[in-house]
Each structure stands twice: as structure tokens, then as C-alpha cells.
Ligand binder design. Sequence first.
Ligand code: HEC
Length: 449
Amino acid sequence: MDFLDSIALPQSHEHLVLLKYLLILTFTLFIPYLAILIGSSLFSVFLKRKSIKENNSNYLKIVRDLVNIAAMNKSVVYALGIIPLISAIFCYVQLLQNSSSSVVVLLILSFITFIFGVILFFSYKNSINLKTIFDQVDRSKINFEESETKETFENYRNEASAKFGKTDLWSMIFFLLTALFFVGAVENAANAEKWGSEYSVLSTIFSLRTLSYFLYMIVLSLSVTSITALFFYYKIRTEEKVDVKYLKFVREFSLSKGLIFTILLPIFVLLRILLTPQNALAYNIFMITLVLLISILFIATFLYIMIKDSKANYVTILVVLTVVLFVSSNAKDQAAFSTTSKVHLAKIEADFVKYEEEFKANLGLATVSINGEDIYNGRCIACHQYDRVLVGPAYKNVLPKYENNKEGLIQYILNPVKVDPQFPAMPSQGLKPNEAKAVVEYMLETYKQ
Ligand code: HEC
């Protein structure tokens, strides 16, 4: 996209490093949040049916709680969803300028589907809360004084049930699309060979690597959402009185689902390693993957122990391990990006140096050409004059001996040694060889007459 390249600026090495860290930060905020949104909408779609089929209202209750956790309030959506996504787009616009990769396009698609998903999800949350209220009201017992009030009541009730019916399915679809576009972007970023314009957005999405990452993301979402439910009931809602039977239901549900999906994770992690392109593989990726696998192993072990003991006593450890899992998972993606983008980033840095020089030249601050006269006036005249002794000897007395020994003079200036006992030693002027050469040429030229 030419338009995107036009808003990218040449970036210095330091900026590029900063942008890469910013990316890790944005991913560490966004991916877990997206995972919880996907997990709760997926659980909702399946558990709602199950609730009706098995006539067990607990399923519906847990759906309602999960949706309320995920859609806690709007500022969370900004802090963990919208702002990180926009920052990621900004970072990649700069990092991948002139690379004709599909990363930024995919992220923009991801952003759009995310907005739709969130709007639908919040509307679903309202409908599920309203429906709970309406379901608890015994309509036959209400004495509507006016028929109009009754009508309004029925309208709201119907609206809530209608929204309750399909909105979760739609928000789930949009969130899954968000994830698909997002992981497509991450995968494309991690493989410089696929940056040419001959690789379209579609071929990125339907590549084996993107699809395996997508499946990993779904399984991860379900595992993380189960852990989030545990955390919510055992660490946040502790002072509220929750029905003991329901609490047991939540514990058993979250632990078993959490364990199943956590056990599936290593399959996808290994699959993704196998599919990683040669040019992105590096030693650090293996190390980070090891950390990732160990954190998964520990999560599974703690879930298993809790199931066996019928207790939820390791929830905090579980949350810490989940954070480790996310950080290592993101670090792995960024390490792959770092490796594959080395050449590209070096090009941006080189462009930056050129850009900076041109910029200075335009301001009349040319640093490119070394000017002997400038150095001489800036550094030497404080201590030397042609025909007068200042701090150092007069040039007319010392220059003649260097007339045919330009090299010797250069060496002296670069590395002054003690010469004349009448003078103190000349301090080194810290010049570079080409600067010393320029100043010597200038002096010999000027004082030849
Ligand atoms: C801080 C004062 C100071 C500055 C600045 C300084 N010099 Fe000197 N320079 C001296 C002194 C003192 C001596 C005498 C050193 C000696 O004889 O041992 C000297 C000696 C010299 C000599 C004579 C060396 C010889 O073999 O007789 C040359 C040539 C010279 N300076 C060139 C330069 C040039 C070129 C610069 C600027 C890049 C410069 N100096 C900057 C203090 C200075």
C-alpha cells in the first residue's frame, strides 16, 4: 500500500529497537484479551445449547458470568483491545515500510472485525443480563396498570430474547475473523520471503502456518478462558456469597475444560515450530519455545492436581504461569520477526542515515564533507597562530620541517608527542584520521607562500 509507505518515516536504529519492544507490549495486552473474548463467545455458543438440552441452568449461568467478565466495561476494550491494535498497526507501518508485505492490511482487517465483534458482544451481554431478569419475573403475578406498560414490557422481553438468540454466534464469528487476520499478520511478519507483492493477503491467510497458528489461538482461548473463570470465582468474587453447588460446578467445569485444552496446546506449538521458515529459525526461538512448553506443562500439572484433590488452591500460580505462557508465546513471534527482518531493518537504518545527512545539508549543516579550514578554525587557532607564539609554537617556526613530510604531520596531530622543552606537550585533539588529513592539507596549502 503506497499510502501507508508515504506516512512511514525513516527510523534510526534506536527507534526500530523501541518499536520492536512496543510491539511485544501491545501483543501482550491484546492477545490475552482477544483470547478471553473468543473463549467466552465460543463457550457461550456451545453451552447455551447444552443448557437447554440437559435442562441445566448452571451452564447458562456460567455463560452469563463469562460474558460479563470479558465485557466488564468499555475502558477495558480501549485499554486492551483498540489502543494496542492501533499501536501495533503504527509499529508495523514503520518497521515494514517499503516491504510490500500484507501485515498492515491484515491488521487493519483485524481491527475492523474486532470493532464489529465488540459491538455485538456488548449487545449480547446486555441481552443476557436482561433475559436473566425477565426470566426471573413471574409475569402472571405482575399487575400491569396500563396495557401500554405491559406492551413495553413484552417488547423489551422479546427484544432481549431475540438478541440473546444469535448475537453471541455473530460476535464469535467476528472475533474468530479478528484472530485469523491477526495471526495472518504475525505469520507474514515472521517470514520475509513472503513480503513480495506476488503473495496476496489471501494466500497468507490460507497458508498452513497461519491456519496452524489460528487453531493454536482457538485452543489457547478455551484454555485461558477456563483459567479466567477459576480466577474470577476463587480470587475476585470471594466475598460475595456464591451458591456452593454452583461453585463446585464452576470448579469442575473450568478445571476439566482447562486441562483438556491445555493438553492440546503442545501439539500446535510443535506443529508451528515445524512450519517455521528456515530464514526465521534461530537459537533464541528454540529457547523461548522451551519456556513456552514448560509453562504449558506446569499449567496442565496444576490443573490435574486440582482436579484430583477437588480443590482450587493453585489458582494464583496458574495465573502467573499463564502470563509466562503469553509472554513467551509473543516473544517467540517477535524473535522470528527480528531474525527474518534483519536485512530489511538494516536497509531502513541506512535510509535513515542518508535522510539525516540530506536533512542537515538542507539546513546548511553539512557533516558529510570534512572541511580542513573549519577544523583548523574550530580547534587549532586557540593555541596557534602563524607568526606569534601562543600556547603552542608559531606555525612559521614548526611547519617548514613538515613541508615534505605530510604523513609525519598527520601522525603528530593524531598522536602528539613531546617535542620542544619550551612548551608543554600538545593535548590530543581527538580528530579522526580523515579529519587530521584535511586539516594538514589545509595548513600546508595556506602557509606555503
Ligand atoms: C591546547 C592548545 C593546543 C591546541 C588546541 C593545538 N595545539 Fe598544537 N601545539 C600545542 C603545544 C603546547 C605544542 C608544543 C608541543 C611540543 O613542542 O612538545 C604544539 C605543537 C604543534 C605543532 C608542532 C609539532 C612539532 O613537531 O613541532 C604542530 C604542527 C601543531 N601543534 C598543530 C596543531 C594543529 C593542526 C592543531 C589543531 C588540530 C593544534 N595543534 C591544536 C598546543 C596546542
